[in-house]
Design a protein around this ligand. Structure first.
Ligand code: GLU
Length: 295
């Protein structure tokens, strides 16, 4: 099977470090499996859109060396990779579902009629766990909003299929959306990708990671003098550990050793002092090599 994975951020602000962690895992998984890493901009929520954040997404990935093979400013066989430029595509598939009677119009929006019988389940690659939802928990949901833009649920499925995504690796907060996605795959007659839902990052108090825990975006860490290698090394140690328990290793070593199966399902602790220590190690290394070059 061809491995194709994607990072699919919504440009609604400076990219959160949790999204950067997810992007890293996708990147490493692609490189490990000689696959492709794709960037797709999910900019269909026009109310939450922050146009400047598009450049921040590019800048952050570039600074960290997470180079994508296909994406909005790179191109690729399935371009465009920005959802607001793909509206005709979503419209066409929504009309197909209307014709089949699986979707209906309401208040200017197009809604998907969910099947309320039985259950929807999948085996998640993180922790190899079976996740199940009774179908009667899934209300009919909107595919195309009255402003003509698709919802996240709809555009995400259409694009993952058309862009031939083999593995969807994303945060746990999307688990509750996955049954809707699987219902859409079924209705469209498409084979779903495999799913891997990563645990949420937490602070020292085990609460969902936020600014008050000292977490910043990768670009804010950059502005504070952190080195990209240190950020990568630190993010790699979230939910994963080096088989020899090494703390310091580079991206190439990570790619060689990485296996999605070894990602722990428990919420990783974002340990800011550890990040500072790792950064110190990289700064010392770069100063030593500069010194050696002078001798
Ligand atoms: N646009 C979603 C986000 O902002 C993508 C979620 C997914 O990967 O399916 O994270």
């Amino acid at each position: 099977m061809k491995v194709r994975v994607r990072s699919a951020p919504s440009p609604t602000g400076i990219p959160h470090i949790g999204n950067t962690w997810t992007a890293l895992i996708n990147f490493v998984f692609a490189r490990k499996n000689k696959g492709k890493f794709i960037l797709r901009l999910e900019d269909t929520d026009r109310e939450r859109l922050v146009p400047e954040s598009v450049d921040k997404i590019f800048e952050s990935l570039k600074w960290l060396g997470l180079n994508y093979d296909e994406g909005p400013d790179v191109g690729g066989p399935f371009a465009p990779y920005t959802q607001s430029e793909r509206l005709d595509i979503y419209k066409k598939y929504a009309e197909g579902l209307l014709d089949k009677g699986i979707a209906y119009q309401e208040d200017g929006a197009i809604r998907f009629k969910t099947n309320k019988d039985g259950q929807t389940f999948w085996t998640d690659l993180i922790g190899n766990r079976e996740i199940k939802f009774p179908n009667n928990t899934q209300e009919d949901f909107v595919l195309i909003k009255s402003d003509g833009y698709p919802t996240y649920n709809f555009a995400n499925v259409i694009d993952d299929h058309l862009m031939e995504i083999s593995h969807v690796i994303r945060g746990n907060e999307f688990i509750s959306s996955t049954p809707k996605h699987l219902m859409l795959y079924l209705a469209l007659g498409w084979q779903p990708p495999q799913f891997a839902h990563l645990p949420v990052l937490v602070g020292a108090d085990r609460a969902k990671l936020s600014k008050r825990h000292g977490a910043k975006s990768a670009l804010e860490f950059k502005a504070d003098g952190f080195l990209p290698e240190a950020i990568i090394n630190f993010l790699a140690l979230l939910g994963w550990s080096h088989p020899e328990q090494k703390d310091i290793f580079d991206l190439n070593e990570l790619i060689q050793l990485f296996d999605l199966k070894n990602i722990n399902n428990a919420s990783p602790y974002f340990d800011v002092p550890k990040l500072e220590w790792i950064n110190g190690e990289y700064i010392r290394k770069s100063q030593n090599s500069k010194r050696q070059r002078k001798i």
